[in-house]
Design a protein around this ligand. Structure first.
Ligand SMILES: C[S@@+](CC[C@H](N)C(=O)[O-])C[C@H]1O[C@@H](n2cnc3c(N)ncnc32)[C@H](O)[C@@H]1O
Length: 301
């Protein structure tokens, strides 16, 4: 099913908060590093801002391009297909003065709900997880079937923070001796069995979440790419420009928190709002995917 044919396209998270904190000004440029379905970009454009939007996923770009072309003034946005790790080069090539930068990390609802790339354990698909299949070669199945047991354990511990990482890694290795693990369902069942065996009396909601998160982070080198792009984002920003980051788990949020604190200590700007901004209950009810989101804002001197 094509992105623009299905109803499940991504609802932008913390939209009003992002718009308010970025203080959108007419005719100033904003860089949306994670275009996705284009919800945040569209809101910025509708307030008169200009947008340079980046995504590494061609299907996301195809959908968002059509959406923005239909709903926003011509000539007010540019879309670049790239990894945001190359943010510096992208801005140099486009020679922009940037008033705001947005990162809305992770995957979109579209990517999660069945685009054939195996991001979700709730949909039976092959274990791929590459956001940019044309330029990435290593899939989640390659990691699951190819890493040594201790490497798998480390990956699930560090990127998934799952206390049962050791048992999960062991079970994966035993299973793949019989038959390679190729689908989301096969992997999910291995993990569910481990949880059932360890905690027979308790029921766990989606025990595979953490391992799937870990594999996705590893396949896409998410944390390193983000660290790199976040560092660059301050450099490309005009004075008094702002950076907004929406993160969805502790590993991402920790990077943002530490980077913002380091900048503030070096007197490069200020953290705006001491505590991360989280969605109101109304938004969580309307869009459960927003429940773990946290927004942090930094303003350059
Ligand atoms: C949560 S979605 C963004 C949703 C968007 N704000 C909206 O309102 O529809 C994250 C998007 O960022 C993209 N993405 C994640 N990591 C990326 C990276 N390193 N470089 C470029 N795009 C990336 C994903 O492909 C996905 O489309």
């Amino acid at each position: 099913m094509k992105n623009n044919e299905q109803n499940n396209f991504h609802k932008p998270v913390l939209l009003q908060e992002v718009i308010n904190y970025l203080q959108i000004q007419s005719d100033k440029w904003y860089v949306d590093c994670t275009l996705g379905s284009g919800g945040h970009s569209e809101a910025i454009l509708k307030l008169g801002g200009k947008v340079l939007a980046i995504d590494q996923d061609q299907e996301a770009i195809d959908f968002a391009k059509e959406r923005l072309a239909k709903n926003c003034p011509k000539g007010t946005f540019k879309i670049v297909r790239a990894n945001f790790a190359s943010l510096k080069k992208i801005i140099e090539e486009n020679q922009l003065e940037v008033q705001g930068v947005l990162f809305d990390l992770g995957v979109s609802t579209y990517q999660l709900t069945g685009n054939g790339r195996g991001f979700s354990f709730q949909v039976e698909e092959s274990l791929d997880m590459r956001m940019d299949p044309e330029n990435q070669t290593v899939t989640a199945a390659d990691l699951v079937n190819g890493l040594y047991e201790n490497e798998l354990e480390k990956l699930i511990t560090e990127y998934g923070q799952d206390r049962l990482a050791k048992s999960i890694a062991r079970a994966i290795v035993l299973e793949r001796k019989i038959q390679a693990i190729r689908t989301t369902t096969e992997l999910r069942e291995i993990i569910e069995n481990i949880y059932r065996r360890k905690y027979s009396s308790k029921s766990f909601r989606n025990p595979a979440t953490k391992t799937f998160q870990a594999l996705r982070i590893a396949v896409n080198d998410e944390l390193n790419n983000f660290k790199k792009a976040l560092k660059v984002s301050l450099k490309i920003l005009s004075p008094k420009g702002r950076i907004a980051v929406i993160s969805f788990h502790e590993l991402e949020d920790r990077i943002v928190k530490h980077q913002f604190l380091a900048w503030q200590e070096n007197e490069l700007g200020q953290i705006i709002a001491k505590k991360p901004i989280v969605p109101e209950l109304k938004e969580i009810i309307n869009n459960p995917n927003s429940r773990s989101s946290k927004l942090r804002i930094f303003e350059k001197n």
